[in-house]
Design a protein around this ligand. Sequence first.
Ligand SMILES: CC(=O)SCCNC(=O)CCNC(=O)[C@H](O)C(C)(C)COP(=O)(O)OP(=O)(O)OC[C@H]1O[C@@H](n2cnc3c(N)ncnc32)[C@H](O)[C@@H]1OP(=O)(O)O
Length: 409
Amino acid sequence: MTTAELPLRPATPDDFLKASALLFGLFHRAVDPAAQDLDRRVWDADRTLVVTDGDEVVGHTFAAARDLTVPGAVLPAAHVTGVGVAPTHRRRGLLTRLMHRQLRDVRDGGREPVAVLWASEARIYPRFGYGLASTRLELTIDTREVRLPAAAAGSRLRAGTPADLLPELTKVYDTLRPERPGWSSRDDSWWAQVLDDSPGSRDGATERRVVVHEGEGGVDGYAVWRSKSGWSDAGPNARVYVSEIAAADSVAYAALWRFLLGIDLARKVTYGFAAVDDPLLYLASDPRQLDTHFSDGLWVRVVDLPAALAARRYASDVDVVVEVLDPLLPENAGRWRVAGGPGGATCERTTAEADLACDVADLGAAYLGGTSLAALAAAGRVRELRPGTLHPASTAFGWYRKPTAPEVF
Ligand SMILES: CC(=O)SCCNC(=O)CCNC(=O)[C@H](O)C(C)(C)COP(=O)(O)OP(=O)(O)OC[C@H]1O[C@@H](n2cnc3c(N)ncnc32)[C@H](O)[C@@H]1OP(=O)(O)O
């Protein structure tokens, strides 16, 4: 049997252990039964495709059913993860088959207008119509070089474990989520996944810790962190690793950062999920000392174009005809009129002359309001066919805050 003929099918619960072993191997991790149990909580055979060769699972992809916040709305979105092909079967088209089938299934399912993912390597997914929709700043902060404004009166911090403080975390997260493009819904299983603390995941650091901020109305912010002991010839040199920080307002946000940057014996604090417009850039006495590193965040694939473009809101009034290329999902190809604004929008097929032309991946890139159509045009990706239409459309497709995705799923 050639690779192209290997069976590709929906998974069954019996495939889990083999699929899990495949993924541990592909990501160069020793099999960790604790992490595996946790993965099993979020894994759903009905949302998984596998390729088998005899008894072996040699290809795998999973699309978790979660909601995603987009500009002005919260939508069901296929959260694609666990993509992998066995090293014995690589570069023979199995990923291509899996991606094509998965996108077709999502489209035919009729419920999720977009698919989203984090890429292990940024080169993999554009060919399947995914566009880079959010960027991520990784910060490595020298605690002695950065000062924050003095604390506001009435701030209170409380420390605890993730297990003890989970109700507070979920409350804050769910309160903030509808306003934060790029955030995904978390049920109990996803919270368990996000807060995974199996010893194999610690890399010599402590267990996870949580600090919550209490304002006048109760808990309104939290940070999840761990630390790692370190000593140098010059003295203490511990590191603090922040995995998540969320706050309802500037008082809570500054108080949490003040706490994290003030932990005794630590010299560096790292945080991997800052937004490109993160408030810390404007709070810190010397933003250069945040030592930012820029990388790709969430990739978005527009699966049902009219549903996706009508579902989000626009920053300003828009009425534009876009000619779209989508060889993989031809239902999306052709000319679409997007009309609306901050209160809602419609997207309908049209025979009118096009104002702009682009690939479906560019609409994915612009979908969360973080990548501008004008920047894509400057890169030669979006084309302005009718002069004067690009700039207003670019403003409308933007949003008042940049998207950020707080977790790699
Ligand atoms: C959302 C997520 O889960 S991200 C995790 C992705 N998984 C991993 O990184 C685990 C390790 N890697 C793998 O499992 C595999 O190499 C995969 C899944 C990335 C690719 O699977 P394959 O079956 O080899 O891909 P396939 O043969 O369909 O390749 C399709 C095309 O993508 C290209 N491609 C595939 N992987 C890569 C890569 N890592 N970098 C650059 N190009 C790539 C191929 O060259 C091919 O290009 P072509 O059509 O011009 O010839």
